[in-house]
Design a protein around this ligand. Structure first.
Ligand SMILES: Nc1nc2c(ncn2[C@@H]2O[C@H](COP(=O)(O)OP(=O)(O)OP(=O)(O)O)[C@@H](O)[C@H]2O)c(=O)[nH]1
Length: 272
């Protein structure tokens, strides 16, 4: 079972702790106690597999945000929470998202955009449509309106985030495999393309051997061999008759033989 580190981010008082505690313990916190940093653990089952979640509920108010960079680094997925009753909280999320992408050095970080306190319809200043618009501006980041009070969409946001992390992991494994395969292919290609060059090497080596043999032959104690090899060469040369005077003679004798044969043939014809 693997640990999945989730981080809950957002401005102060938007309901991060309430959402987290509602998800982990199934209770609603009525009183507001600003968070410095709280960590929770919960096992969940998704598609018949159990995942061990470590959820970091972070500080929203500025004086407690010094550790933010550290937990963004260690986080695998992010819940970005604003309150539908607080416009400023949505604006703060823009910066937070930028910070996550910058620290993670990726634009494919698992995250969910959450408009909390959806039960407070009378106090709402951010519409559902506006939330959808932000999510599409962010590259269609999944968007939910939640209510920690009513426990609506609470499990859904966490499950969505875990699914994104799983998907990302599978994709990066697939990319790694593809990269390994292409590297393997390149290695095979280069080793097979090395074959002809090794063949060339062999040719070179045999040439070298030949030239060293020549050198040896040219030396004083190699005289006899030089002669021998020349005679071998001569024997091999009949395919280039013009280069050997002796062979030319042989051709001549051949042609006279042919003439004799022709004569014979002609005579036999005449008999017939
Ligand atoms: N009506 C309503 N009130 C909520 C909801 N969620 C949280 N609250 C209230 O909002 C206040 C702040 O909630 P917290 O969960 O402490 O907010 P927070 O984002 O963790 O705040 P910081 O710890 O300062 O970052 C509390 O009084 C909650 O009762 C909700 O869904 N609906």
């Amino acid at each position: 079972m693997r640990d999945y580190k989730l981080v809950v981010l957002g401005a102060g008082g938007v309901g991060k702790s309430c959402l987290t505690v509602q998800f982990v313990q199934g209770v609603y916190l009525d009183t507001y106690d600003p968070t410095i940093e709280d960590s929770y653990r919960k096992n969940i089952e998704i598609d018949n597999k159990v995942f061990d979640l470590e959820i970091l509920d972070t500080a929203g108010i500025a004086q407690f945000t010094a550790m933010r960079e550290l937990y963004i680094k260690s986080g695998m997925g992010f819940l970005l929470v604003y309150s539908v009753t607080d416009r400023q909280s949505l604006e703060e999320l823009m910066e937070l998202r930028e910070q996550v992408l910058r620290i993670k050095d990726s634009d494919r970080v698992p995250m969910v955009l959450i408009g909390n306190k959806a039960d407070l319809n009378n106090e709402r200043v951010i519409s559902v449509e506006e939330g959808i618009e932000v999510s599409s501006k962010w590259g269609r980041v999944p968007f939910y309106e939640t209510s920690a009070l009513l426990r609506s969409n609470v499990d859904e946001v966490f499950v969505d985030l875990v699914r994104q992390i799983i998907r990302n992991e599978m994709e990066s494994v697939a990319i790694k495999d593809a990269r390994n395969q292409s590297q393997q292919f390149d290695m095979n290609q280069s080793s097979s393309s090395r074959l002809p060059s090794s063949a060339k090497k062999d040719t070179k080596q045999s040439k070298n051997k030949q030239s060293s043999r020549d050198l040896y032959n040219k030396s004083s104690h190699g005289q006899a061999k030089t002669k021998k090899s020349t005679s071998v060469n001569e024997k091999r040369k009949p395919s280039h008759p013009a280069s050997k005077p002796g062979v030319t003679n042989r051709t001549d004798s051949n042609s006279s033989l042919q003439q004799k044969m022709k004569k014979k043939k002609n005579s036999s014809c005449s008999i017939l």
